[in-house]
Design a protein around this ligand. Structure first.
Ligand code: HEC
Length: 140
């Protein structure tokens, strides 16, 4: 009988501790629900103004400027054009960058490849733009 009570007490203790753990995990204040961007590929956050715009400046703006009918990639304008105001905006896809118009044109899976005059940009540079998209396509 003594032994039986002992086991019962242990079981009760066990249940109680589980219940307390459950309580404490639920009462923790986790703040508002924030949907985080997917884990950052690579260990640094890309900078739109420093890295992405620099690619456009070097390879694109000689054509993609005020005289281009669809897409102006000049500094200060390119971000809004790509996300909101360009002819086919958005040109970016933060979940599947390879499906975006921008990456599609750069890799040449969408015709015609950009730049169209043979001055193609390196795959590593295109990867940089894809990573920027995966990191949430920020205007940073
Ligand atoms: C030699 C001129 C030239 C250069 C350099 C150039 N483009 Fe283009 N691009 C065009 C022309 C012309 C079009 C429109 C005709 C077309 O879609 O074929 C175009 C279309 C595009 C489109 C589709 C726009 C739309 O709304 O249909 C994208 C995206 C694009 N370019 C991205 C780029 C990027 C990014 C670069 C730089 C890496 C670049 N282009 C460099 C001439 C150029």
């Amino acid at each position: 009988m003594q032994r039986f009570y002992h086991i019962k007490r242990l079981a009760l203790l066990f249940l109680l501790s589980g219940y307390l753990m459950h309580l404490s995990s639920c009462t923790k204040d986790e703040g508002p629900l924030v949907i985080k961007p997917p884990p950052v590929p690579g260990d640094t956050m890309m900078s739109y103004s420093l890295e992405i715009q620099a690619i456009f400046d070097l390879h694109c703006v000689r054509c993609h400027n005020q005289s281009h009918p669809f897409l102006d990639l000049r500094e200060g304008l390119s971000y809004n054009q790509l996300l909101f105001t360009g002819h086919l905006a958005p040109y970016v896809d933060t979940l599947l960058p390879e499906n975006s118009i921008l990456i599609g044109r750069l890799r040449g899976v969408e015709y015609p490849i950009m730049p169209p005059d043979g001055d193609h940009i390196r795959p590593g540079t295109i990867d940089t733009i894809a990573i920027w998209m995966l990191q949430g396509a920020r205007n940073n």
